[in-house]
Structures are given as structure tokens and as C-alpha cells.
Design a protein around this ligand. Structure first.
Ligand code: FEO
Length: 172
């Protein structure tokens, strides 16, 4: 496997692993604050990021490279409020999108068209994830700081179709 591409893929593996831990921390915080809908959303999102990581690990190894299982930093324990959580989620996803775009660039520069093809799945996934985070954040901005509104928001999230893709589901 092309060494620059391998390096970029391993960098992406680290980003997906960090995302998974970050969202797991958000899920745990939400669960401890009685926000069960948000917890469900974040647990699912964390699983999804782990699935993204696994898909990359398997691809690198199948192509003759060596996937590096990364150490990841300790995520925060406390978050200010729901709006902060979803703002951080969107911010984080925007950074992941930049990293995927960089990976696409490296594939093109190195003329590695099969990896380029593989990475397109991540390009589409990022579009969906950013759109989802923006939708949720827009709802939260409408609610403002209203406690009753937050309660309804969380309950709606628990029952809603607005959820990250289930990695075990058919679209994964
Ligand atoms: Fe796998 Fe949300 O980036």
C-alpha cells in the first residue's frame, strides 16, 4: 500500500476512534443528567464512529498495510448544557470532514484510485452527519434556554427518527 495513503488512513482511524470516545463521554454525561433521549442518540453515534474506525482498520489490513490501533485522549466529563453538546458535536464533525477531504486529496495525488473510491463512502457519510448535527442544533436554538422545551426536545429525540445511522443496520 502507498505509504502516504497508509499514513493518512491511519490518521483517520485515530480521528474516528477519538470521535467514538468523545460521543461516548457525551452519552454518559446526558445519561447522568436525566437526558435519556440525548444519551440514546450519543450512544448510537459513538457506536457508529467505532464502526467507521473498524471499516478503515479492515481496509488498511486487507490492502497489505498495517492498521495502527490508536491511543486516544480522555474526553471531558462535564458539559455545560445541551446546546453546548450539540455545538461541540457539529464542530467536531466539521473537523472530521476536513480530514476526510485531506484523505481524498492524498489519494488523488498518489493516484490511488481504489482507496479514493473507498473513501467516497466517508464523504457521503460526513454530509449526512453534518446535516443531522445542524438540524438538531437549529431545534435547540429555537428552544433557547427554556427547561420545559429542553425536556420535550430530549423526549422527542428518544422517540424520533432523527438518529445517527445504526451501524448494525442495513445502511451501514
Ligand atoms: Fe466518522 Fe462522524 O465521523
Amino acid at each position: 500500500m502507498n505509504k502516504r495513503v497508509e499514513l493518512a488512513l491511519n490518521d483517520q482511524i485515530e480521528k474516528e476512534a477519538s470521535s467514538s470516545q468523545y460521543y461516548l463521554a457525551m452519552a454518559s454525561w446526558a445519561e447522568n443528567n436525566g437526558l435519556n433521549g440525548t444519551a440514546k442518540f450519543m450512544y448510537l453515534h459513538s457506536d457508529e464512529e467505532r464502526f467507521h474506525m473498524l471499516k478503515l482498520i479492515k481496509f488498511v489490513n486487507e490492502r497489505g498495510g498495517t492498521a495502527l490501533v490508536p491511543a486516544v485522549g480522555k474526553p471531558p466529563v462535564h458539559f455545560e448544557n445541551l446546546e453546548t453538546v450539540f455545538s461541540l458535536l457539529l464542530e467536531h464533525e466539521i473537523k472530521v470532514t476536513e480530514s476526510i477531504n485531506n484523505l481524498v486529496d492524498v489519494c488523488l495525488q498518489e493516484k490511488d484510485y481504489s482507496t479514493h473510491n473507498f473513501v467516497q463512502w466517508y464523504v457521503s457519510e460526513q454530509l449526512e452527519e453534518e446535516a443531522l448535527a445542524r438540524t438538531v442544533l437549529d431545534k435547540l436554538k429555537l428552544i433557547g434556554g427554556d427547561k420545559g422545551g429542553m425536556y420535550m426536545f430530549d423526549r422527542d429525540l428518544e422517540n424520533s427518527a432523527i438518529q445517527p445511522t445504526n451501524p448494525a443496520g442495513p445502511t451501514a
